[in-house]
Design a protein around this ligand. Structure first.
Ligand code: NAD
Length: 434
C-alpha cells in the first residue's frame, strides 16, 4: 500500500435528511404529557446517554485507503443492556441514529424485555463495495467500537443493509479481541447471527412474523378474514419479504411492492416466493419481475389495497402521502415510517396504524431469545421459538389494545404510555444516583 498516493474516494450521492428525531420526540412528548410523566424522568428520557462517532480507515481492494464514519448511540439502559440494530446506509447521520436508538428504548420497554435502547450504523452505500471490502469495513468498525459494545452492555443486531453475515463478522472480531478462555462467553455480543455461529432458528423471520401476527390479531379483533385481502409492501428485504410470506400463507394477495430500485404492481397478485427467487438473481432488485408492471415511485402508497406495510426507511408516509392512502390498516414494519403530521390525517380518516414499537418488535423479542440461548448454552427449536414469539406478541398487542380502548387513544399513544410508564416506575423505585 502506498500511503502517499492520492486517494480518490468513491462518489456517494448525499440524500436528504430524514427528520426522524423530530418525529420520535413529538411522539414522546405527547404521550408524556398525557400521563403527566414526572418532569425529572422526562428530562432523563429526553436525552441520549452516550453518542459515539468514529472515523476509521479501511484498505480497499485496489490498495487505496478510505475513511468511513460510523455511529453508535446509546439512549437509555435503565431496564438492561443497550440493544439495537446496525444500519449501513448513506442517509445515516447522528440525528437518525439518535431517533432510532430512542425508538429502541420504547420498543424493549413495551415488550417487557430486560433491555435498553441503542442504534448504530455506518454512513455508506454498501452496493458500491465488494464483499471483501464490506467484511474489512465491518471488522474495523467493530474493532474501533471496542468495549463500547459487549454481551452484557450493548448488543447490536441486523438492520437495513446488514444481515446474519455482518453479525458473524462482528461476533468473530469482537471475540478475537478477548482472551482465548473468554471468547465463547462473548458470543452474545450480537444477535441475528447465522445458525451454526450461535444464531437462533427463526431469527431471520422473527420481525416479519411479528408484523404479520399484529395484522392477524387486529383482523381477528375486527372480525375480518385476511383471506383475499390485498396488501402492498415497501421494502422487500428481511422484514418486507417475511411479512409478505406469512400474509400470503394466510390467503392475502400481494398487489404492489417497492424497493430502493423501483415499484412493481399486479392486481391479480405477485407470487412472494417467485419474487424472492427473482431478486436473488437480480442483485436484490424487484425491477423487471416478469409477472408485473412497473409504475412511478410516487404512485406506490396510493395503490388500491386493504393493508399497507411500510418495511423500508423512516418518514416515508408524510402529510402529502397520507391523503392518498387507500388501505384501512398500516402495519409499521419499518421504524418511524409515518410522520406525526401524516398520522393525524390518517387517524382522522379512520385508518388504523399498528405502531412500529409494537408492530416490528418480533425482531428484538427474537434477539432476546437468541441472547438467552447463547448465555445459557442452550439450543432452542424452531416450533418452540415461534410459539414463544406468538405468545409474547399476543400479550403485548392485547395490552396496547386494552389501553387504547379504555383511554380512547390511538394505538401508538397507547404503546408509548405503556413503554414510558414502565421506565417511570423503574426510575421512581431506583432514584437517581448519587
Ligand atoms: P433490509 O436491508 O433487509 O431491506 C430493506 C429494503 O428496503 C430493501 O428491499 C431495500 O431495497 C428497500 N429500500 C431501501 N431504501 C428504499 C427506499 N428509499 N424506498 C423503497 N424501498 C427502499 O432491511 P430490513 O432489516 O428489512 O429493515 C427494514 C426496516 O425494518 C427498517 O426500518 C428497520 O429499521 C426495520 N426493522 C428491522 C428489523 C430486523 O430485524 N431486521 C427489526 C425491526 C425493525
Amino acid at each position: 500500500m502506498n500511503l502517499i498516493q492520492e486517494v480518490k474516494p468513491k462518489k456517494q450521492k448525499k440524500q436528504p435528511k430524514q427528520g426522524m428525531l423530530e418525529n420520535v420526540m413529538k411522539q414522546f412528548e405527547s404521550a408524556a404529557d398525557l400521563i403527566n410523566l414526572n418532569p425529572n424522568i422526562k428530562k432523563i428520557l429526553s436525552v441520549t446517554n452516550n453518542e459515539l462517532i468514529i472515523h476509521f480507515p479501511v484498505k480497499m481492494d485496489n490498495g487505496d485507503v478510505e475513511i468511513f464514519k460510523g455511529y453508535r448511540v446509546q439512549h437509555n439502559n435503565a431496564l438492561g443492556p443497550y440493544k439495537g440494530g446496525l444500519r449501513y446506509h448513506p442517509t445515516i447521520d447522528i440525528d437518525a441514529v439518535k431517533a432510532l436508538a430512542i425508538w429502541m428504548t420504547w420498543k424493549t420497554s413495551l415488550a417487557g424485555l430486560p433491555y435498553g435502547g441503542a442504534k448504530g450504523g455506518i454512513e455508506i452505500d454498501p452496493t458500491k463495495y465488494s464483499i471483501t471490502e464490506l467484511e474489512r469495513i465491518t471488522r474495523r468498525f467493530t474493532y474501533a467500537l471496542g468495549d463500547n459494545i459487549g454481551p452484557e452492555h450493548d448488543i447490536p443486531a441486523p438492520d437495513v443493509n446488514t444481515n446474519s453475515q455482518t453479525m458473524a463478522w462482528i461476533a468473530d472480531t469482537y471475540m478475537s479481541t478477548k482472551k482465548p478462555s473468554e471468547r465463547s462467553k462473548n458470543q452474545h455480543v450480537v444477535t441475528g447471527k447465522p445458525i451454526g455461529s450461535g444464531g437462533l432458528e427463526g431469527r431471520d423471520r422473527a420481525t416479519g412474523y411479528g408484523v404479520f401476527l399484529t395484522i392477524k390479531f387486529w383482523a381477528d379483533h375486527e372480525n375480518i378474514k385476511l383471506e383475499n385481502k390485498t396488501f402492498i409492501v415497501q421494502g422487500f428485504g428481511n422484514v418486507g419479504y417475511w411479512t409478505a410470506h406469512f400474509l400470503e400463507k394466510e390467503g392475502a394477495k400481494l398487489v404492489g411492492v417497492q424497493d430502493a430500485f423501483g415499484t412493481i404492481v399486479n392486481k391479480k397478485g405477485i407470487g412472494v416466493e417467485n419474487l424472492l427467487e427473482y431478486t436473488k438473481n437480480n442483485h436484490g432488485s424487484i425491477v423487471g419481475f416478469s409477472n408485473s408492471r412497473e409504475i412511478a415511485k410516487g404512485d406506490f402508497f396510493g395503490l388500491d389495497c386493504d393493508i399497507c406495510v411500510p418495511a423500508a426507511l423512516g418518514n416515508q408516509i408524510t402529510e402529502n402521502i397520507a391523503p392518498q392512502i387507500k388501505a384501512s390498516i398500516i402495519a409499521e414494519g419499518a421504524n418511524g415510517p409515518t410522520t406525526v403530521e401524516a398520522e393525524a390525517i390518517l387517524l382522522k380518516r379512520g385508518v388504523t396504524i399498528i405502531p412500529d414499537i409494537l408492530c416490528n418488535s418480533g425482531g428484538v423479542i427474537g434477539s432476546y431469545f437468541e441472547w438467552l440461548q447463547n448465555r445459557n448454552g442452550e439450543l432452542w427449536e424452531l416450533d418452540e421459538i415461534l410459539e414463544r414469539l406468538h405468545k409474547k406478541m399476543k400479550e403485548v398487542f392485547t395490552k396496547v389494545l386494552v389501553v387504547s380502548e379504555s383511554k380512547k387513544i390511538d394505538m401508538r399513544t397507547a404503546a408509548y404510555v405503556l413503554a414510558i410508564e414502565r421506565l417511570e416506575r423503574t426510575y421512581v423505585q431506583r432514584g437517581v444516583f448519587p
